[in-house]
Design a protein around this ligand. Structure first.
Ligand SMILES: [Cu+2]
Length: 176
């Protein structure tokens, strides 16, 4: 009998134990990666504010743009300093523009397009969503700093794409 080697029984037990540990660790790593991926997606969609939160889909792509609120490019006051803005992107302008609000205004944008894809981006903010014909995208933002915010189009849409600039003017809050 060889006293130097632990023997086949020991080796077998050792491998079984090692494999069990490997399985546990692989399970832990895969679980952590899945949690990280899901957490990142959740953060980007629900917390960071760069992705459209709600969207109404229409079978007829021209339907939303024909609604009165969008035709007039309405800015509707919904609270003491809260507004709903019905924003339409078309070749090659944003309407309504300019939009005048007071510092601290909370604006909910409803965004659609009458023709092609446009990218609704407000510089200096986290607002960035695609204006799609037939779809109404929603994004909210609190304009806590005064100044002029430029709405640009970040989706190439034709010859005057670069001139497609709207403005949101946030006036400083008056002291009383
Ligand atoms: Cu455009």
């Amino acid at each position: 009998m060889n006293t130097q080697s632990p023997g086949p029984d020991f080796e077998h037990a050792f491998h079984r134990s090692a494999e069990r540990h490997e399985r546990v660790w692989i399970f832990c790593v895969v679980t952590m990666l899945l949690l990280l991926t899901a957490g990142t997606m959740f953060y980007a969609v629900y917390d960071y504010g760069v992705v459209t939160k709600g969207a109404a889909f229409h079978a007829d792509p021209t339907a939303p743009a024909r609604e009165t609120a969008f035709q007039d490019g309405r800015v509707i006051q919904t609270g003491p300093n809260a507004y709903s803005v019905y924003m339409v992107g078309h070749l090659w302008m944003w309407s309504p523009s300019p939009i005048h609000v007071k510092q601290g205004a909370a604006i909910t944008f409803y965004v659609t397009s009458t023709d092609v894809l446009h990218g609704f981006e407000v510089q200096g903010t986290t607002i960035n969503l695609t204006a799609v014909p037939g779809i109404v995208g929603t994004v909210s933002y609190n304009f806590s700093h005064p100044g002029t915010y430029h709405i640009i189009c970040n989706e190439f849409c034709g010859i005057e794409h670069q001139a497609m600039i709207g403005r949101i003017i946030v006036d400083p809050a008056t002291r009383s």
